[in-house]
Design a protein around this ligand. Structure first.
Ligand SMILES: CSC[C@H]1O[C@@H](n2cnc3c(O)ncnc32)[C@H](O)[C@@H]1O
Ligand SMILES: [Zn+2]
Length: 455
């Protein structure tokens, strides 16, 4: 990227309007309005927000900027949104592969978490995850993990936008004694970040099989009173649904509805085992879905019927789940997988076309997290959360359609520049707020500790 720092910025040489930055891009996909592709256009950024979108020649005439960025052969899109992650679990990437969900959790992951998870683990793991996310174009992530105060502090330092979905489990764990204790700690953390523009808080009751009715009812009341989002692993496997039905006579989503939890504030994570009654409930209540196709595929959890859900008007967004089950955090790759899977499952090649897939990774994600007034599309007045992707690689030629190349040939390795709230966090693939060497070194320290080589 050619970048200029304009030294004559302070001079009132002409009547040009002062902005903080101008970004000139070969292509821009704003996501809203539908299917629009701008060529040779520019964004003017001021105070972290998008101040104008206009043809480059006009932008150069109208504005003077402290910095100018020239994105040749790059496509500028809204920053990608990962609606479901356990960032610190990046330190457990490759720790337990090739297992089904419950064996993976009960025999491998939960015992390891009991032994190793601490604020230090979460800080180091979250930095590793953020380095990977920024290098693959993610600007916002929702995170559900122990010691959420460590996650929030790491994200604040790195400059990312984050929804801290603080974990609520009814039994003692590394972070909380029980559900009430977790709610109390989570709400105190919300107070700490009340005025922070990039950090929001959400309730994260872990799953129907780890949280009881009394705790869920309390969460529903608080969420409604405080207008806070809620997210929960739900219908991740057919086995989960069958067991719940045998135990309670209700499908888990019906149980959540009867406890008052389903609303447009609710994000249902996974939803692979879905029948028509579940779809009707989602439709009626406006609850959202976080689709995590690569984690579902790797754990052999099942298939979310995306085309059917989208046809029913349900908002479906993209998540990676943690890198211990995925095993990466690349939202472009996840979106490509979602698009291919939607076609395969529905038997319809026109299902989830490229533009709809991109919307799932951006605007739908912002809606699912309740932050679409601030981010998720390139619109005047929204935050300058942006991702620029190189489309000049040999495997991307010839370039008939930039949108097609983006969804069907690009992945995170092609991401070159990333801004959050107007701040450049990745420049020509170099991390600006995280120390790559240090992140790598800390990952090695944890590998040695977990392998039993050091304490
Ligand atoms: C309470 S912190 C989050 C908790 O969730 C566990 N986890 C990670 N991936 C999954 C998944 O796909 N389904 C259910 N639970 C999952 C993680 O290990 C933590 O214990
Ligand atoms: Zn998860």
């Amino acid at each position: 990227m050619a970048t200029a720092n304009n030294s004559d910025f302070t001079e009132k040489s002409n009547n040009k309007q002062a902005v903080d930055a101008l970004i000139h891009a070969r292509w821009i996909i704003p996501v809203v309005p539908e299917r629009r592709l701008y060529e040779n256009c520019s964004l003017a950024i001021k105070g972290g927000l998008i101040a104008a979108i206009l043809p480059t020649a006009e932008a150069r005439n109208r504005f003077r900027a402290r910095e100018e960025h020239q994105l040749d052969n790059q496509i500028l899109i809204p920053g990608l949104i990962n609606t479901h992650n356990h960032a610190a679990m990046s330190l457990l990437r490759g720790f337990a592969d090739d297992q089904p969900l419950m064996t993976w959790l009960q025999k491998h992951i939960w015992p390891a978490e009991q032994q190793w998870v601490s604020p230090e683990f979460v800080a180091d793991g979250t930095r590793l995850a953020m380095a990977e996310m920024l290098r693959s174009g993610t600007t916002t992530f929702s995170d559900q993990y122990f010691f959420p105060e460590a996650t929030a502090a790491a994200a604040r330092e790195a400059g990312m936008r984050v929804q801290i979905a603080f974990p609520i489990i009814d039994f003692p764990n590394a972070w909380s004694r029980n559900g009430d204790d977790a709610i109390e700690k989570g709400l105190a953390l919300r107070d700490d970040y009340r005025s922070h523009s990039r950090i929001g808080l959400a309730f994260a009751p872990h799953a129907p099989y780890t949280v009881g009715d009394e705790t869920l009812k309390k969460i529903a009341i608080y969420a409604n009173e405080l207008q806070m989002p809620v997210q929960m692993h739900l219908h991740e496997t057919a086995g989960e649904v069958a067991k719940a039905f045998a135990d309670t006579g209700q499908r888990p989503i019906q149980r959540l509805h009867s406890l008052g939890l389903l609303s447009p504030q609710m994000l249902c994570v996974h939803m692979t085992a879905v029948d028509d009654s579940d779809i009707a409930l989602l439709q009626k209540t406006g609850a959202h879905i976080a689709h995590c196709p690569r984690s579902n595929l790797k754990l052999a959890s099942g298939f979310t019927p995306i085309a059917k859900l989208l046809d029913a008007g349900i908002n479906v967004a993209i998540g990676t789940d943690g890198a211990a089950s995925n095993n990466g955090l690349d939202i472009l790759l996840e979106t490509n997988t979602a698009a291919l899977l939607a076609k395969a499952i529905s038997g319809d090649a026109s299902a989830l076309p490229a533009h709809q897939a991109l919307a799932m990774a951006t605007l739908n994600g912002a809606r699912a997290l309740g932050i679409d007034d601030a981010t998720g599309s390139i619109e005047v007045g929204k935050a300058a959360d942006l991702c620029a992707i190189d489309l000049s690689e040999l495997e991307q030629q010839p370039l008939h359609d930039p949108l097609s190349q983006l969804i069907y040939t690009a992945n995170g390795h092609h991401v070159r520049n990333v801004w959050v709230a107007g701040k450049l966090l990745l420049q020509d693939r170099r991390l600006m707020t995280l120390n790559e060497e240090e992140v790598r070194q800390r990952a090695g320290v944890w590998r040695d500790r977990i392998a039993g080589r050091t304490q």
